[in-house]
Design a protein around this ligand. Structure first.
Ligand code: AR6
Length: 167
């Protein structure tokens, strides 16, 4: 199947791992982060506390608890500051390092939200090609990771990822 795109709520997706667009504290927040913590239950926050945060562009893994997903991979994407603060590399790192962890944990299916394009204000038209290119390149050499789903919360976001997948 490779890379696909769907409209939906990532907390309802049955994948081996879902990715959380977290912040560096890993202690929860709004947006998809809040939704994932609510759906997973309080044990997720307990496990996250023991991780002592995560740097922007890096990734850490926990169990999925009450989610359908077996694992949650937490990655803080970059906050958009205009584009001259290494935002593109950091966003690429968030996708790449999440996929590396998924591979290490032998995940076949991985679902991503649109990292950094909500509260962190990364322009969707610039973020989508970075996500699509990073995932597509990764899938060429991965052993375990076979299917990656971009789970888009609204139709404008879905269209941006579909456009990026066409190129
Ligand atoms: N399923 C899929 N996508 C979702 C869901 C959901 N349930 N809920 C929201 N989105 P954001 P960021 C979309 O703001 O920009 C948090 O407070 C949303 O519409 O969640 O990386 C963290 O703790 C948007 O398209 O993440 C950080 O502090 C995309 O997910 C900060 O926000 C990302 O929006 C991270 O900001």
């Amino acid at each position: 199947m490779g890379l696909t795109c769907m409209l939906g709520d990532i907390t309802n997706v049955k994948a081996d791992a879902i990715v959380n667009a977290a912040n560096t504290s890993l202690l929860g927040g709004g947006g998809v982060d809040g939704a994932i913590h609510r759906a997973a239950g309080p044990e997720l926050l307990e496990e996250c506390r023991a991780l002592h945060g995560c740097r922007t562009g890096e990734a850490k893994i926990t169990k999925g608890y009450r989610l359908l997903a077996h694992y949650v991979i937490h990655t803080p994407g970059p906050i958009w500051h205009g584009g001259n603060q290494n935002e593109a590399d950091l966003l690429k790192n968030s996708y790449y390092n999440s996929l590396q962890l998924a591979e290490q944990y032998q995940c076949k299916t991985v679902a991503f939200p649109s990292i950094s394009t909500g509260v962190y204000r990364y322009p969707l038209g610039l973020a989508a090609p970075i996500a699509v290119n990073t995932i597509t390149e990764f899938l060429k050499t991965s052993h375990y990771v076979q299917d990656v789903i971009m789970v888009c919360f609204d139709s404008v976001t879905k269209q941006a990822y579909e456009d990026a997948m066409m190129v």
